[in-house]
Design a protein around this ligand. Structure first.
Ligand code: SF4
Length: 248
């Protein structure tokens, strides 16, 4: 079934309507911005693509958006190659928000940045979410970032959501064995502790060859024989659910 937003099926929308509703921020601001385009033209592109916004309005909205993400008007005349990584990601965020979308898909938006800049971008995203009433679909492997930004977390394994819960519940009482392994695999700064053994073994998942039954069973430390043949049903939880044969 096609997802719907506020009762409207996304698949039924034309491209321009979908762009007004959902925008992306990609992982790598070094490759997601056209290196030959000026910053102001990059941010203006979604407005121009709508085809019905006059030039003065485009200029005004681009300048407003640059200021909102912490960039100066002068930076609008630069090329992406003349900006730092953090500034480039601000350009990518401005481009995503200039149409005032409801939903922003943030695909690992800080993982290509220096650690010191990551916090600035996360704070900026949090500020903009509050100010503009945005919803983020935030994709990340960094659990500390997920815990910091998310109100609800969906854990995926081989393309399937295996546990979805409110953030506090998931981090304090994970139920799915994969979620537990993920949380246990976080490295600590304590020297000498090494890499934690979370019991997932050496079998690497192959998306082209999904295992039968529970797709996690070849790696699951608590798998039973039935896990290789039975597909786990969704067990409802407040605000979500979990897919594991062993949970009540
Ligand atoms: S269904 Fe079985 S293999 Fe899958 S997560 Fe639960 S215990 Fe592990």
């Amino acid at each position: 079934m096609s997802p719907a937003v506020e009762g409207q099926r996304v698949a039924d929308m034309d491209r321009r309507a979908r762009a007004r509703l959902i925008q992306p921020v990609f992982q790598d601001p070094f490759s997601s911005l056209n290196p030959l385009a000026r910053v102001r033209d990059i941010v203006a592109m979604p407005l121009r693509a709508q085809g019905n916004i006059d030039r003065a309005d485009v200029t005004r909205r681009v300048e407003e958006m640059l200021a909102r993400v912490g960039l100066t008007t002068e930076m609008g005349a630069r090329l992406p190659t003349e900006l730092s990584g953090g500034q480039r990601q601000r350009v990518a965020i401005a481009r995503a928000l200039v149409l005032k979308p409801r939903i922003v898909v943030c695909d690992e938006p800080t993982s290509a940045l220096d650690v010191s800049v990551q916090a600035q971008i996360l704070n900026l995203l949090a500020e903009l979410r509050r100010e503009l009433g945005l919803t983020y679909v935030f994709i990340s492997h960094n659990l500390a970032v997920v815990e910091h930004v998310a109100s609800e977390v969906a854990v995926m394994y081989l393309g399937r959501i295996v546990e979805r819960r409110p953030t506090q519940a998931l981090f304090h009482a994970p139920e799915h064995p994969y979620t537990k392994a993920l949380l246990a695999s976080v490295l600590t700064p304590e020297p000498g502790l090494g890499v934690p053994d979370v019991g997932l073994g050496d079998v690497m998942p192959d998306p082209a060859n999904i295992p039968p039954g529970c797709r996690f069973h070849p790696r699951c430390p608590v798998a039973e024989a039935r896990c290789a043949t039975q597909t786990p049903p969704l067990k409802a939880r407040p605000g979500g659910g979990v897919e594991c044969l062993l949970v009540p």
